[in-house]
Design a protein around this ligand. Sequence first.
Ligand code: RB5
Length: 145
Amino acid sequence: MEIAIGADHAGFKAKIFLIAHLESKGYGIHDVGTDSVKSVDYPHFAHAVGKMVIDGHADKGIVICGTGIGVSISANKIPGVRAALCSTNEDAEMSRKHNNSNVLALGARSCGPPDLVAITDTWLNTAFEGGRHERRVNQIENINI
Ligand code: RB5
């Protein structure tokens, strides 16, 4: 599986940590940056990850900032992206089973490295359940107000 990953300065160290973990598990990694703890703006990295997923250059995406909120909002602006901000294993499991999330958003200031790894592993190893959830997921982009 190919994974696009991106973070701002607040998520940089967590990104490096997660990349090492994911590479040890055999995942292909596409790192869109940032490359240091120097302050940057998170939307650029979240958009780049979302675009890679939608363009088919990656199967799934991971975005990281301080809280995970900014990157999740930004990634969700790319049509077709379903970014889920997950702070527990249960969030990760349900976002896959019910929402077919294709981008995982993580908060590096809210979760320590062990939690980030556990949440990521749960997210990557949980399948979409389909069925009634498929109908609802299909409605997400059909805005009718
Ligand atoms: C950067 O200070 C911080 O605002 C950013 O990492 C993120 O938490 C925004 O949602």
